[in-house]
Design a protein. Structure first.
Length: 207
């Protein structure tokens, strides 16, 4: 197993987890499990090879397509108005939103600009939000850690940017609703001087 980059699925036998299946990968960053119309799916994001959605069939996950686009870092599934979507964060290219149709994922919208590290979906009435967290741009000689991450709002057909906020090698986002008021938490990792010491930030709606 040492040096083997394949991703793995484990099954619990009641006392411990046993390996059940391997998935081809070379530099995988994320796995996203979701269900559509009662069927189980698994999306795998690989920095070198792009991303692959799998469908559970005959006791195993089987590939239904492959999107070969280097830079894959994160997949986020969400559901709007009866349609299922996957947001795909790309570190080195364009992040994209895919729509599930006729058993496959088709591109629905491109969110331009490199640096994508993660997405977080926020359901809201009447229009939900999708937050893209940006990580880093540039090459090894001139990395740019200070970036602008973006919340997008659904307009009924696509997502539109509504603002931006500073992130420093942002890695993830989450949200919570104490007392019915929604908050967004964003984790940072690398300061502009490329040192690992940056506070994470909690945001709340403007009053």
């Amino acid at each position: 197993m040492d040096g083997d980059p394949r991703s793995r699925i484990y099954r619990c036998d009641g006392t411990r987890f046993q390996e059940a299946q391997t998935l081809p990968s070379r530099w995988a960053y994320d796995l996203e499990y979701f269900e559509i119309d009662g069927k189980s799916y698994l999306g795998l994001a690989d920095h070198l090879d792009g991303w692959t959605p799998y469908e559970w069939k005959d006791g195993a996950f089987q590939s239904i397509q492959t999107v070969s686009e280097p830079g894959a870092r994160d997949l986020t599934h969400f559901h709007i108005d009866g349609t299922d979507y996957l947001a795909y964060a790309n570190l080195v290219g364009t992040s994209r939103i895919y729509r599930f149709a006729d058993g496959r994922f088709v591109e629905h919208q491109a969110l331009e600009g490199p640096g994508g590290r993660a997405f977080h979906f926020l359901p809201a009435d009447p229009y939900p939000y999708l937050v893209r967290i940006d990580f880093i741009t540039g090459d090894r000689t001139k990395p740019q850690a200070a970036l602008q991450s973006t919340p997008f709002r659904w307009n009924g057909m696509a997502f539109e940017p509504v603002q931006s906020f500073s992130t420093f090698c942002g890695t993830d986002a989450s949200s919570f609703e104490p007392g019915g008021e929604r908050y967004l938490v964003v984790s940072n990792s690398l300061a502009p001087d490329l040192r690992f010491r940056v506070d994470s930030v909690v945001y709340r709606p403007a009053r």
